[in-house]
Design a protein. Structure first.
Length: 549
């Protein structure tokens, strides 16, 4: 694609030859990272990793719009690669929001790009990727039906709470660019009972695919060359191609801080939810599994039996039985006896599972800058959760005559983009519950710099419940591992007594990073104004010098 009109030179991000720059934009609870690689006598190469904001963030769209204006100015309006890690609005909303330079029509105000990098899970391949997509659709349909049932029963507040669990799945319709409202825009077609319109995330991916010269679907153990930069490459760690790994999301047992393994999907209450006759969802188990009693014992009560229930499944009850139900079960003063709505109790968990399953499809990239097997590593994990992390153990990559393992990449990690805003289940520390060998964060070196795209005030809002972001035990360990070099997008620090010291840039002039050779950091001179919520510089920036040739 032709590059857009160049922005003013004083705002361009122009690293020196052999330098690698990471810029974390500080819109709040959402990811937007710009990587720049300096080249001798040529334009820098720019890679954007995600661009989104969560609905919890105060003035989020306005803040993200300011970020994207800086992004356009810094790159001259052209990116070499856009990385879309996974289908959540806090990573993708910027691509389709009103005023976004990715959809702007005015000449000189656009951002163009060459390549789009996504995970293999975004393929339409009639295989596991389609199966995962269909499952997410079934979850959405189940949640939508549960919300409707709650509203019908006068429990609208509970319905709103349940609906709120899906706020990673969508953005405020008022913020979506007009050309995308209600449009499929090339998004995958719905199948079966899921007739809903595409989510804003699906529309964002479809738009990116439409405008990219090339879309690459990456799989684990592949190596992605950074175009035009022979001294930089990205090792693809995840998401795993094993469905069981994709379902692992939470550490199990006891404390949230313990890194053990568990499964959320497939639990008994979720099976009950999927089979609830009130939802009328298709099931491969057959209709007989939808009822607590065998067919010979089932009776139809006209007041409570859904009209869609087949006569082949139940028979009409005698009048005496109907009268008994009316007096002893359906009467207003007998409501305590009813179990009709018990299945709704599992709907909350289904909403959480939808979020977690999507997080685990995150494209995980370890950018190596320098000589293969020896260079510094910039680790971007999206929102990968436990199963994704554990799948990296044992991976091997070959570049020329050099073999590199995932464990080795973790040991050379110079910068870690902390997963899922610092939540408890998105950074692993050991291989498994049975193997206490150090892994994940525990393999990372003392020279680490960590970046957490989080706004603690936004995370603590009740939409429908507060989140522990960043999670204190993880935050504490990050401060220890990184010798305090932990940059939060909200600029905050530890809130508990006797916490380790936190270090961060304090001005727009580049300064040496304490304890890290060949690295400088700074914050932007431009800040978010008071009208756009929390006031702070719009980005933190880290520069690694002498990593390339």
């Amino acid at each position: 694609m032709a590059k857009a009109t160049a922005a003013a030179d004083d705002k361009r991000l122009l690293p020196k030859p052999g330098e690698a720059v990471v810029r974390m934009y500080r819109a709040g609870l959402g990811d937007c990272f710009l990587l720049a690689f300096g080249r001798l006598g040529q334009e820098p190469v720019y890679v954007l990793v995600d661009c989104g904001i969560h609905a919890r963030q105060d003035k989020g769209p306005a803040r993200l719009l300011r970020v994207m204006r800086d992004l356009r100015a810094a790159t001259g309006g052209h990116l070499d690669v856009v990385v879309a890690t996974h289908e959540h609005a806090d990573h993708l909303s910027g691509f389709v929001q009103k005023g976004s330079p990715f959809v702007a029509k005015a000449k000189g105000d656009t951002i163009t790009f060459d390549q789009l990098w996504v995970a293999w899970t975004e393929k339409q391949d009639k295989g596991l990727a389609d199966k995962l997509r269909a499952r997410r659709g079934a979850y959405r349909a189940a949640i939508k039906s549960a919300v409707k049932k709650l509203e019908d029963r006068g429990l609208g507040a509970d319905g709103k709470k349940l609906e709120g669990l899906g706020d990673f799945e969508k953005m405020d319709p008022k913020m979506v660019a007009d050309e995308f409202l209600g449009a499929a825009a090339g998004a995958p077609k719905r199948k079966g009972k899921d007739k809903a319109k595409p989510t804003s995330n699906e529309v964002a991916l479809a738009m990116l695919q439409k405008h990219a010269d090339k879309t690459k679907y990456w799989e684990p153990e592949e190596v992605a060359p950074v175009p035009g930069v022979p001294w930089a490459r990205a090792y693809v760690l995840g998401p795993p191609t094993d469905e069981a790994r994709l379902k692992k999301d939470l550490p199990t047992g006891g404390d949230e801080g313990e890194n053990r393994e568990t499964y959320l999907t497939g639990r008994g209450e979720l099976t009950a939810l999927r089979l609830a006759p009130a939802l009328d969802l298709a099931t491969s188990l057959g209709s007989d599994f939808r009822y607590p009693f065998e067919k010979s014992a089932r009776r139809r009560c006209p007041e409570v039996t859904p009209k869609k229930v087949s006569a082949d499944d139940v028979t009409d009850a005698p009048a005496t039985a109907v009268e008994f139900w009316q007096d002893r079960y359906l009467a207003d003063d007998e409501a305590w006896r009813r179990i009709d709505d018990d299945w709704l109790g599992a709907a909350d968990q289904l909403g959480l599972d939808l979020e977690a399953d999507t997080n685990n499809t995150s494209l995980v990239l370890a950018f190596e800058v320098g000589e293969p097997g020896l260079g510094k590593v910039l680790l971007f994990v999206g929102d990968a959760q436990v199963g994704n992390w554990l799948s990296w153990h044992g991976q091997e990559f070959k570049v020329g005559g050099t073999t590199t393992t995932a464990d080795d990449l973790l040991r050379r990690t110079a910068l870690y983009k902390v997963g899922h805003h610092g939540s408890h289940n998105a950074t692993a520390k050991r291989v498994s519950a049975d193997d206490a060998s150090p892994f994940g964060l525990e393999l990372m070196p003392p020279g680490l710099i960590a970046m957490i795209p989080v706004d603690r005030a936004a995370a603590q809002r009740e939409m429908p419940q507060p989140w522990k972001m960043p999670h204190q035990p993880l935050y504490q360990r990050l401060l220890q591992k990184a010798a305090g070099r932990v940059l939060r997008s909200d600029g905050g620090g530890p809130w508990w007594k006797n916490a380790p010291e936190q270090r961060q840039p304090t001005g727009a002039a580049p300064a040496a990073v304490p304890g890290v050779t060949g690295a400088r950091w700074r914050e932007s001179a431009e800040a978010f104004p008071a009208a756009e919520g929390r006031q702070c510089p719009i980005y933190y920036e880290v520069v690694f010098s002498g990593v390339g040739s």
